[in-house]
Ligand binder design. Sequence first.
Ligand code: GLU
Length: 484
Amino acid sequence: MSGNEAVSAKGSDRQVVTRFAPSPTGFLHIGGARTALFNWLFARHHGGKFLLRIEDTDRARSTEEAVAAIFDGLEWLGLMGDEPAIFQFERTPRHAEVAHQLLAAGHAYRCYATPEELAELREQQRAAKQPMRYDGRWRDRDPSEAPAGAPFVIRLKAAREGETAIEDAVQGRVVVQNAELDDMILLRSDGTPTYMLAVVVDDHDMGITHVIRGDDHLNNAFRQLGIIKAMGWEEPVYAHIPLIHGSDGAKLSKRHGALGVDAYRDEMGMLPEAVLNYLLRLGWGYGDEEIIARDRAVELFDIGGVGRSPSRFDIKKLENLNGHYLREADDARLAELVAPHLADRLGRSLPDHCLPLLEQAMPSLKPRAKTLNEIAEGAEFLFKNCPLDFDEKASALLDESARALLGKTADALEPVQSWTVEAIEEAIRRVAEDAGLGLGKVAQPLRAALTGRTVSPGIFDVLFLLGKAESLERLDAVRHASAG
Ligand code: GLU
């Protein structure tokens, strides 16, 4: 049976419920976003539910800022849960209740081993080069043997013989010998539940049918199954997806672009649909299709199609996809999205009345751009004040003879009454003809004079977008500036 069939066979009698369960100890990183996406898509594909759980039991490392950043990132990607998020820490009493239930049923026991004893045990195991495991010294001992009032933890009485197998929807069948799993702690001596217990109880209470998460949690799954079996709960289908690696094959880190999702939006100027499409293709594929928009992904996605080997993060591919989605995006939407990037570049905020011009410019700005930043860079000339700053290449172009040519161009543009792209083109072509020059030779200094740069949208569009008065003012400023 392939992983795919395993999923549908097991999940068929229940409504699919998936979850994304981030620990709020940092931003929503790209790997987390992909896990959220796969869970979201799987639920949508099967007409099920997608839930969120914030695993904030590590009080020292969990922060409100991280929770906010995670929600913000998920919202941007359109991956919010179908119900309000569950906060794990609030459910502590319920976790403890299950530990006590297991104790009462004989599936767990009180362990009074002191920290010193355990340290000594670890030391002996280390010296004997044995794996470090709790040896079950209180498993069959009567609690009355413990000193009165001594602190204790509650441990799971795990199976010692046989093996535990998981039919993982991505990894296939994975087997662990039960002798390798020790009796893990469920409740600490201060009465707080361990992470392992909390995850299992929450997944059960939330009705999770499919646990889709990073394969760094595969080992945990065997231990978690121990609790599930002891409680007699239904086992979820597990799907442990390979982690994302950097383009050099090493584990993804900041250096590879493993940034918070907000950085893709704010610093790199990506569209959420591009990030989603990229994340989808990172580890999952459908033939050669590169462009797979959300609706189509819902239609096609199944967890059995996720590969077993780690995928490599490639920022170039993400940029190319982003370029594609920029070209498809509505111009008014793009104008709004570009405005803050443009404001950053200009060092001032862009008044709302500038948006229509930006929108109008979009068809000539977006064809070559891969990011919103690049669009903003291309649009900057429209909103600069005269006299412009010229980059090095542009100033080099504006020599004596170029200035003379610009004078002729200005004279030809002056009488143009209706400022249309066609009328502008006609006037410029005439200047080129009269001077016996190719159009490019006229366009180059003109572009430099009007934009301060040597790269811009088409020159007729530049003139049109700037408007007649601004165009002539910029030409004038160059003509009358002293050479050098
Ligand atoms: N909180 C865990 C993490 O952020 C995920 C646990 C799980 O999905 O079971 O890695």
